[in-house]
Write a protein that binds this ligand. Structure first.
Ligand SMILES: [Zn+2]
Length: 108
């Protein structure tokens, strides 16, 4: 069974609202959560705790939570390890950017 484009769009929009609401709830509960940072297990970016979710041993940033939840809904991902694997290139990219920025900083 395949999802039509409209269905996918609807799922993404619905999840976007859910995930954004989670972020706002986190901030309401603990205002510091938007300033406290961690490194996302999926994309490798430094992200605020607000709106992040701990899935077993992994913690995902707000944007990755959206990808993961949409992936689960569309049955593109079986579990969070699939998601982490799917994001591998993204993490590498992020790491390379970090190394480049570091090199740049050392030159100056
Ligand atoms: Zn992330």
């Amino acid at each position: 069974m395949t999802n039509s484009g409209d269905e996918v769009l609807k799922i993404v929009q619905d999840m976007q609202e859910v995930v954004e609401q989670m972020r706002l709830d986190d901030i309401e509960e603990n205002p510091n959560s938007q300033d406290e940072m961690f490194t996302c297990s999926a994309c490798g970016k430094t992200a605020p705790y607000a709106g992040s979710i701990q899935y077993g041993e992994y913690r995902l940033c707000n944007s990755c939570v959206l990808y993961a939840e949409v992936g689960f809904k569309l049955k593109k991902l079986e579990n969070i390890a699939d998601m982490i694997k799917a994001m591998e290139d993204k993490r590498l990219e992020e790491l390379c950017d970090y190394i480049k920025a570091d090199e740049q900083a050392q030159k100056n």
